[in-house]
Design a protein around this ligand. Sequence first.
Ligand code: SF4
Ligand code: FES
Length: 248
Amino acid sequence: MKLNLKIWRQKNATEKGSMVSYPIDNISPDMSFLEMIDALNNMLILRNEEPVAFDHDCREGICGMCSMFINGEAHGPDRNVTTCQLHMRKFKDGDTITIEPFRAKAFPVIRDLVVDRSSFDRVQQAGGFVSINTSGNTQDANAIPIEKNKADLAFDAAACIGCGACVATCKNSSAMLFVGAKVSQYALLPQGKVEATQRVQNMVAQMDLEGFGNCTNTGACEVECPKGISLENIARMNREYLSASLKG
Ligand code: SF4
Ligand code: FES
């Protein structure tokens, strides 16, 4: 395949960036999107030009690093896949493909397609954990009965990989799908109930502090989420928050 790539190039966090065109040839439809960028970077290195900086790690849809906007969509045109699992067969020979970083106030661009998503880490640190008694009298987690439907819902929420596509897609740059998934993951399980009141309040407070916007029920986040995280998690977080506020 022959393609025309239009890629956001930005030297660092302070300099202004711009779109740069790169015609590229010999792209196999079986390549992943990241392998296609690897091919471009090999070409740029051979020409003594700066390769395009982009985030990636697992290349298996697990780590949530490969976040980019492709033709105006987070993780590109396919549904329920990350950029690393997107294949070039989803594009046609001769296509122009625009590639940009995720854009949100809480995700500042560091370089080219790389953004700083440490705001997510700080939200997670504010409450995305359970404290375990390690005194020697620890209860075996497998000995605690959990209703099947609750275990399934908690597992679905835990599938969030923290990629940030929900934030980048939302017109308000809201992180409520991400935080809703993290709150739900614990709120649904007995192990998470002990700290539930503080958890939701602390995570929501940190989310606001980081500059994420509010949810206005557009639902675009759910459509673009590569892990199919449901909007129900936002509703559950809102219920958890209300009940925590009433408890004080
Ligand atoms: S909710 Fe979906 S889009 Fe948002 S961070 Fe988690 S996996 Fe990514
Ligand atoms: S590189 Fe890990 S999810 Fe894509």
